[in-house]
Ligand binder design. Sequence first.
Ligand code: SAH
Length: 258
Amino acid sequence: MTTRRPSFPAKLDRPSGPSPQVRPARVAGSMVTAAAAPQGLGLDSGAVRARMVQKLAAQGIRDPRVLTALGHVERHRFVDTALVNQAYEDTSLPIGLGQTISKPNVVARMIELLLAGQPDAAAPLGRVLEIGTGCGYQAAVLSCVAREVYSIERLRGLHDKARENLRPLRLPNVHLLFGDGMVGYAQGAPYAGIIAAAGGDAVPQAWVDQLAVGGRIVAPTVMPGGQQALVVIDKTATGLQRSALEPVHFVPLKSGIA
Ligand code: SAH
């Protein structure tokens, strides 16, 4: 078994600049499967992922781009060593600081919704903003289906963890940001899609403003009864179309950084 590269010759920090700070997760190439072999997973991770993808398809995920992306990204690299054996189960897992990596089924469902909302649903997704980088897993999956991914995290510890996790994957189209995602990231706008991994009481106006016409927001949002549901907002030339879909359970969307 080979070991992880001890370091990577990337200069990831912008010396100074507007907040939030942009930190490309990349350096070169576009492989989502890292050069290093899986560690601590006593199974062929490709076969386990293939089974996970089969289950996702059986659960109703149809878009082949989404299934391919989930089959490609090594989820076990994004969770703690002690949880590696659960990495391909359809469950959310703790990633530290009280946060969780979302269930594969939810990641797949939300990205499928994002793709389906585009004016040409078969075309590649343009620029995407993800609120809540967490461990970086969903950002890696998004990098397979979107041209550019801007992913913002409000907890410094997780932003740094995501950077660590994503560095060996060398994804030139993923840009990690540290900041409050409630205000979006105007410098990257307009976005073809905005996807939130944390649930707020309402979809912030900044996200709507930063969405391109023809774009879609997919965000868990607290409903009047107090339960979260997946909310989809489409921005059309004539206005916004909003629909609330199935119930979900996401960590709360919080303002500010920590
Ligand atoms: N997509 C992530 C899931 C992370 S959980 C993954 O694949 O691991 C949701 C994340 O949203 C948490 O890390 C939480 O800190 C973050 N979050 C909550 N409110 C936020 C905000 N206003 N801006 C940015 N990130 C936020």
